[in-house]
Design a protein around this ligand. Structure first.
Ligand SMILES: NC(=O)c1ccc[n+]([C@@H]2O[C@H](COP(=O)([O-])OP(=O)(O)OC[C@H]3O[C@@H](n4cnc5c(N)ncnc54)[C@H](OP(=O)(O)O)[C@@H]3O)[C@@H](O)[C@H]2O)c1
Length: 285
């Protein structure tokens, strides 16, 4: 069977509607496009409503699917609960939690507010979504959740400490739920991409060309995720990324942390050091 037919048949098992957060950009946008190409109807969630509306029009024009938009800041009080209530009339079979933010710089230089926002968007929001939509899926005995973690979730990462910690939380939550929800017909996948060509890394104060990593396209990352859904608990697209994640298990935990710290320091944008770091060199010299 062709890979695309296999994905389409797999997705049909969950139902006809998918919800994607972070739907209007980067990895979330690519999930939207690929899911629509497999015939899934879509609920698109992000803040910028005009971008969502244009996307919904594009989807209904290009594919024979329905698309609903919900323009919402997921950081608002009870945003997830309100989203769940607003969708009570639709059976959401697949939830992709891609909305996220980064916070790069010395932990003690970035504002407490930014750290709190990051923890809420990257940890609290997907946890609440999995709790609410997951329960409905368990009751129906079918459904799927896709968490978007990161290669950074596999070890502590200096200068991106809170971000990496949030992604470690997602990795652990998703791995556990994969086993816990499987008997109830709910598939859970943690997607852990390495560097991917989206607006997020482009705005970070790091020259990614100086990092010894390869850049994936959102298309390749999402294709790997949809192929792995229902088969694996976690997936890391790209051979070098897999290597970075798995060598960690064979060496002392502190080594990859120091390695990432060294690599990020080396690649930090020199013109933006004052803004994000306490000293010229993050090791304090
Ligand atoms: N790109 C990478 O290299 C990479 C690597 C590993 C993991 N990831 C993870 O992949 C996920 C997607 O990242 P990306 O690279 O695709 O980033 P992106 O292009 O910046 O997309 C982020 C998305 O989240 C939405 N969003 C941001 N804040 C929001 C809020 N408060 N409420 C609702 N929606 C919000 C944005 O839309 P609005 O601005 O319209 O709200 C946008 O659709 C993130 O969880 C990220 O941590 C990315």
């Amino acid at each position: 069977m062709k890979a695309s037919n296999h994905i389409m048949n797999n997705l049909k098992r969950y139902g006809s509607w998918a919800l994607v957060t972070g739907a209007n950009s980067g990895i979330g946008l690519e999930f939207v496009r690929q899911l629509a190409s497999h015939g899934m109807n879509l609920v698109l969630v992000a803040r910028r409503g005009d971008v969502l509306a244009a996307l919904a029009q594009e989807l209904t024009r290009e594919f024979t699917v329905e698309a609903k938009t919900i323009s919402r800041d997921l950081l608002e009080e009870d945003a997830v609960e309100k989203l769940f209530q607003a969708l009570s009339g639709i059976e959401i079979g697949l939830v992709v939690m891609s909305a996220g933010m980064e916070a790069t710089g010395h932990f003690t230089k970035l504002s407490v507010g930014r750290h709190i926002q990051l923890a809420r968007l990257n940890i609290d929001v997907p946890m609440r979504m999995a709790r609410l939509f997951g329960e409905a899926m368990v009751t129906r005995r079918r459904g799927a959740l896709i968490f978007v973690s990161s290669l950074f979730g596999y070890q502590g990462v200096p200068i991106a400490a809170n971000y990496a910690a949030s992604k470690a939380y997602i990795l652990s939550l998703g791995e556990a739920l994969n086993v816990e929800l499987k008997p109830y017909g709910v598939d859970v996948l943690v997607l852990a991409p390495g560097l991917t060509d989206t607006p997020m890394p482009a705005q970070m104060p790091i020259n990614m060309k100086k990092m010894p990593v390869t850049t994936s396209t959102p298309k390749a990352v999402v294709r790997v995720a949809l192929r792995s859904l229902g088969k694996k608990a976690t997936v890391i697209p790209g051979f070098i990324n897999k290597f970075y994640a798995w060598e960690n298990r064979l060496i002392p935990r502190s080594w990859p942390v120091k390695l990432f710290g060294f690599l990020i320091n080396n690649a930090f944008d020199k013109t933006r050091r004052d803004e994000f770091l306490h000293t010229k060199h993050f090791f304090g010299k």
